[in-house]
Write a protein that binds this ligand. Sequence first.
Ligand code: COA
Length: 174
Amino acid sequence: MLRGERISLRPVEPEDLPLLESWVNDVDANGVYNDFGLTGRQGMGMEFAQSGFLDDRQGMLLAVLLTGEVIGSLSYRQVAYGPNRGSQAYAIGISLIAAQRGHGYGAEAQRLMAAYLFDTYPIARVEAETDVTNLAEQRSLEKAGFTREGVLRQAQWRAGARHDLALYSKLRGE
Ligand SMILES: CC(C)(COP(=O)(O)OP(=O)(O)OC[C@H]1O[C@@H](n2cnc3c(N)ncnc32)[C@H](O)[C@@H]1OP(=O)(O)O)[C@@H](O)C(=O)NCCC(=O)NCCS
C-alpha cells in the first residue's frame, strides 16, 4: 500500500475484479479520452490470474480513499528508448470514476505512482501522454510535478479520428 495524504494506491485483490469488470466498456467510468473501442471482460480475470496486474512490463494499481472506497485505477507500461536496460522508462495512465474527479485526487495519485516506479525500478524517467484537449489531465500532471515536453502529432487513433498528444515526463529526483 502506497499512502498519500488523502488517497492510497494498492494492488488489485480478487474481490476487486467485479468492480473492474463493471468499468469495462463504460465510457462514464473510463472517460472519453480512454475510449479505445470495446474490450472483452474475460481478459481481465485471465490477466489477473497470470500476473495480479503487477508485472515488470505493465501493471495496474487502484486509487482508494482513506475509507477504502476504490475511486479509479492507474496503469503503467514499460517503454524503451534503446535496446539496453538503462534506456527503459515507464509510461503511466489514469482513470478516476466521474464522481471523484476534480478534487485533486488525480494529481496525488499520479505523484504516488511516479514515486512507486522510481522506488521499484532503476529508471530515470516516468512519462505520461494525454490528448491536447484534455486540460484536466494536463493540469493534474503539472500538479503532480510532471513537465510538458512537447506534442506527439497525430499519435493516437480514438473515436474515429486522429489526435495530437501532449507528452509529459518526470525525472528521478524532480
Ligand atoms: C484526468 C483526471 C485523472 C484528473 O484527475 P482529477 O482528480 O480530476 O484532477 P485534479 O483535481 O488533480 O486536477 C485537475 C486540474 O485541472 C483543472 N481543470 C479541470 N478541467 C479543466 C478544464 N476543462 N480546463 C482547464 N482546467 C481544468 C482543475 O481546475 C484542476 O486544477 P486546479 O487544482 O489548479 O484548479 C480525471 O479527471 C479523470 O480520471 N478523467 C477521466 C479519465 C482521463 O481523462 N484520464 C486521462 C487520460 S490520458
